[in-house]
Write a new protein. Structure first.
Length: 152
């Protein structure tokens, strides 16, 4: 080894290394992150949807590692996802426990916390309903909201 450096190849090597580093950083930025539900502390919510109010009607179990959601909504089983990064929840409900696809309801909502001496976890959004759950061509999207006072 002579100890001399070919500047021309050195510049190309530096440029190549910088390009690879940039690609690695970009790929890391767009790689999805695991959604965890550590901020959403409530599991039983009071719910209001058009025509229905239900104390304790939404019961959620959120896997703190995967963000998978299970539980019940007005007594019907639900399953979906909670994304801590966007604070978005999405779940599917089969109204009246029916396997009929026309009774499917798809809920999307967002989480936020009202701070203060009595903090409250809130979820609100909209849901899509189909003809089997009293929806129609003119009215198939509805709003919903849920809240839970955090104790302790």
């Amino acid at each position: 080894m002579s100890g001399s450096v070919n500047v021309r190849y050195g510049e190309k090597t530096t440029l190549l290394a910088a390009s690879i580093a940039g690609i690695v950083l970009f790929a890391g930025a767009i790689t999805s992150r695991v959604a965890v539900a550590e901020d959403l502390r409530c599991s039983v919510f009071d719910v209001s949807v058009p025509g229905f109010v239900g104390p304790g009607a939404l019961m959620l179990t959120i896997d703190h590692v995967t963000g998978n959601v299970t539980g019940t909504f007005f007594g019907d089983a639900i399953q979906g996802f909670y994304n801590k990064i966007s604070d978005e929840i999405i779940f599917v409900r089969q109204a009246l426990g029916s396997p009929d696809p026309a009774r499917t309801q798809v809920y999307t909502g967002y989480y936020w916390r009202d701070a203060g001496p009595n903090p409250i976890d809130n979820l609100a959004g909209s849901f899509e309903a189909f003809v089997g759950s009293s929806a129609s061509t003119d009215r198939h999207r509805f709003g919903w909201e849920a809240s839970c006072r955090i104790v302790g």
